[in-house]
Design a protein around this ligand. Structure first.
Ligand code: SF4
Ligand code: SF4
Length: 93
């Protein structure tokens, strides 16, 4: 399996849960470098935003395939969470 990012940009809207990216939070949990759904500093993004660069930190406990599965599952959870928020958010007057 190879990790596939569909560029939804949702993980870049959850910086309140990522202390390492506190300086990137524009104040509402969204990264100040997110333009639309894309990273405007993609080539120079921090390692924590780079699935490939983070794998070595997990290599002793899981294979690359297992890591990719964990990443895909994490993206699926994030997408589900945003769907739920949209469903439960009160309608604006
Ligand atoms: S949540 Fe997953 S699929 Fe969406 S942009 Fe982030 S890494 Fe890519
Ligand atoms: S630096 Fe780029 S990849 Fe990292 S959270 Fe910000 S927009 Fe997303």
């Amino acid at each position: 399996m190879t990790f596939h990012c569909d560029k939804c940009g949702l993980c870049c809207r959850l910086l309140k849960d990522v202390p390492q990216l506190a300086a990137f939070d524009r104040g509402d949990g969204v990264c100040k470098f997110l333009h639309g759904n894309l990273c405007s500093i993609y080539e120079n993004r921090p390692d924590i935003c780079n699935v490939d660069k983070m794998y070595p930190a997990f290599a002793s406990i899981m294979s690359r395939d297992e890591y990719d599965e964990v990443m895909e599952a994490s993206c699926a959870r994030i997408k589900e969470m945003f769907k739920c928020e949209t469903r439960t958010r009160p309608a604006k007057n």
